[in-house]
Design a protein around this ligand. Structure first.
Ligand code: ADE
Length: 225
C-alpha cells in the first residue's frame, strides 16, 4: 500500500513511522509512506497557505491552490483509491472502515489545519472524510497517524502472527477478553484456572463469554449493531 500524506506540519507525523509495527511494515516493503509539505506547493513569496474567511469569522482557512497543485501532481503519477480528508465533521473511524481501507492500494490523506480547508477542496478532490472522534484537535495530523496505524496493522504480513489482528477488539463487534501471561500466581493474584487447563475448547468458550460480558458492561451499543 502507498500512503501519501499532505500536511503543513509533516514533522508532527514522522516519528510514529520510525518505530515498532509501522516502521517494520515499511522495512518489509509492505507500506510506502510519502510526506508532502503544502508549503512546497506555494508560489507567492510569503509561502502563504491560509487566508481569512470570506464573510468574516474567526480562524484561517487553508487555500485551495497549494492543495490542488499537490493532489494534481500525485494524481498525474498514479491513480488513487481514496483521497481522505481528516476532519472532526467526517464519518467516525471504526474497525470496519479500517478493514476496508487496508485493502486499498494507493491513498492520499489530507490533514487539515487552522479552521480547515476551503470547501471547494472537499467538493472537488476528497472522496472520504474521516473523524477520529467527537473532539477537536489542532489539526488532522494526529488523526492521520491514528488512521494509518489502524490500517497498516491489518495489511497481511505486517503483524508477525497473521491471526492476531483478527482477535482484536471490535473485529466481531465485541471487545477483547482479558489476557494474562506468566507468572500464573503473582502475590496470590491468580490467573483464571481455565487458561492453564490445556482444554482449548473450554478456553475458547471462556474467552467468548468474557468478551460478551465485557462488551455488555462497557459498550452495550456494540451488541445492538
Ligand atoms: N482534525 C481536528 N479534529 C479532528 C478529529 N476529531 N478527527 C480528525 N481530524 C481532526
Amino acid at each position: 500500500m502507498r500512503i501519501d500524506i499532505i500536511s503543513v506540519v509533516p514533522e508532527l507525523m514522522r516519528s510514529p513511522f520510525e518505530a515498532s509495527i509501522m516502521k517494520r511494515s515499511i522495512e518489509k516493503g509492505l507500506v510506502e509512506v510519502h510526506f508532502h509539505n503544502l508549503r512546497d506547493y506555494v508560489t507567492d513569496n510569503y509561502r502563504q497557505i491560509d487566508d481569512y474567511q470570506f464573510g468574516g469569522g474567526a480562524g484561517m482557512v487553508m487555500m485551495i491552490e497549494p492543495i490542488d497543485k499537490c493532489i494534481s501532481e500525485l494524481k498525474a503519477a498514479r491513480s488513487y483509491d481514496e483521497i481522505i480528508y481528516m476532519t472532526p465533521d467526517g464519518e467516525t473511524l471504526n474497525q470496519g472502515m479500517a478493514n476496508s481501507i487496508s485493502l486499498l492500494k494507493n491513498i492520499i490523506i489530507l490533514c487539515g489545519h487552522y479552521k480547515g480547508v476551503d470547501q471547494r477542496v472537499r467538493d472537488q478532490f476528497i472522496t472520504k472524510e474521516i473523524s477520529i472522534g467527537d473532539y477537536v484537535l489542532s489539526g488532522g495530523e494526529l488523526g492521520g497517524i491514528i488512521l494509518c496505524d489502524s490500517i497498516i496493522r491489518l495489511i497481511p504480513g505486517v503483524l508477525g502472527n497473521e491471526t492476531s489482528a483478527l482477535t482484536d477488539s471490535f473485529q466481531d463487534n465485541l471487545l477483547a477478553p482479558p489476557i494474562y501471561t506468566r507468572p500464573a500466581d503473582y502475590k496470590g493474584w491468580k490467573v483464571p484456572e481455565v487458561l492453564t487447563s490445556g482444554n482449548f475448547p473450554k478456553i475458547e468458550a471462556w474467552r467468548e463469554e468474557q468478551a460478551y460480558q465485557h462488551t455488555k458492561k462497557r459498550r452495550p451499543d456494540l451488541l445492538d449493531e
